[in-house]
Write a protein that binds this ligand. Structure first.
Ligand code: SF4
Length: 317
């Protein structure tokens, strides 16, 4: 399913997700990824869905939401992998402009060394860049980039993009205990973010089940210290901590199963959110038992919560 949600997002309000690539193409294999191991790790943009197909899916979904008076803040490209691997992204964004809703792309920035990809984002309102490390050694440990990608080119791409992009740039840095949460690394990240003309820098934590089961959150004092380090940098106008659960404000349409599976394939859902979702859909827990029995979804425990996600992912159990 190409369009999912809307889902609640601290960064973007109520966001209608656009999953513009098939599972899971990404130049990274981040240790905290909530989607599972990267199945196709590469840097080559390709044709997946046509711009028209995406436009129509979004338009139909919006129509249904409009009938229910549902408000959308952003159309957000947030894929089962890296959205800039879609060769037609620029053309699709241009088409979606007609819908008069702000457009965001959440990217790891690995393809921005390529001018064509930088230009393809020029027509969106907001780009969120993932920056988890300030040095190549930590980058390799946290994001495990594909071999052909080198640090200098990656940094060049982000800077070149920030120089010319006229929309809003935000960053997100996910801190993992013992990996990229040292003061030294956080100082380097803040310094680099300061060069990117950002409006807000978010510091986040792996609050949903990560692909590597040894990944854990740093202690609270690490986040508070990171917050201090970022705010000391006068080139970062606003800093926000994203270390709490984002809420349960998920929306259901008529196709309940399809909608539920589309959301949890990109966005593993906590048990309380699932219960809330079922209540809104006038369903009981048998709905979940059936999906579990048919191996369409799986249950995971993380940080003393139960989560539900789609079964098509490979992860360490
Ligand atoms: S977290 Fe994002 S960038 Fe990292 S592996 Fe998963 S999809 Fe790719």
């Amino acid at each position: 399913m190409i369009v999912f949600g809307p889902v609640p997002s601290r960064r973007l309000g109520r966001s209608l997700g656009i999953n513009n690539i098939p599972f899971k193409h990404c130049p990274y294999n981040c240790v905290y990824c909530q989607l599972g191991e990267t199945r196709y790790q590469h840097l080559k943009a390709a044709d997946y869905y046509s711009p028209n197909q995406i436009f129509q899916s979004v338009q139909e979904k919006l129509q249904r939401l409009l009938e229910k008076n549902e408000k959308i803040d952003y159309l957000t490209f947030v894929a089962d992998g890296e959205p800039t691997l879609d060769k037609n992204l620029g053309e699709t964004i241009d088409l979606l402009r007609d819908l008069k809703i702000k457009i965001a792309v959440i990217t790891n920035g690995t393809l921005l060394r390529n001018e064509r990809i930088r230009n393809s984002l020029s027509n969106c309102d907001l780009v969120s860049l993932k920056i988890d490390s300030g040095s190549p050694a930590v980058w390799k440990q946290v994001n495990q980039p594909v071999d052909e990608l080198n640090w200098e080119e990656f940094i060049f791409g982000l800077k070149a993009f920030a120089k010319n992009f006229t929309g809003q740039i935000i960053t997100e840095s996910m801190l993992v205990k013992g990996l990229n949460d040292s003061e030294e690394n956080i100082e380097l990240i803040a310094q680099f973010i300061g060069e990117l003309r950002v409006t807000t820098a978010f510091i986040s934590a792996p609050i949903r089940p990560p692909v590597k089961n040894w990944v854990t959150l740093p202690e609270e004092k690490v986040f508070l210290n990171a917050y201090q380090i970022y705010t000391r940098n006068d080139k970062i106008p606003k800093v926000e901590l994203l270390i709490n659960y984002e809420g349960n404000d998920f929306t259901i349409g008529e196709k309940v199963e399809e909608d539920f599976l589309a959301i949890i394939s990109v966005h593993p859902m906590r048990e309380d959110a699932v219960r809330d979702f079922l209540r809104k859909a006038h369903l009981n827990w048998e709905f979940i038992d059936d999906l579990l029995a048919n191996e369409k979804i799986k249950r995971l425990s993380y940080q003393s919560y139960q989560y539900f996600m789609r079964k098509n992912v490979n992860r360490e159990e």
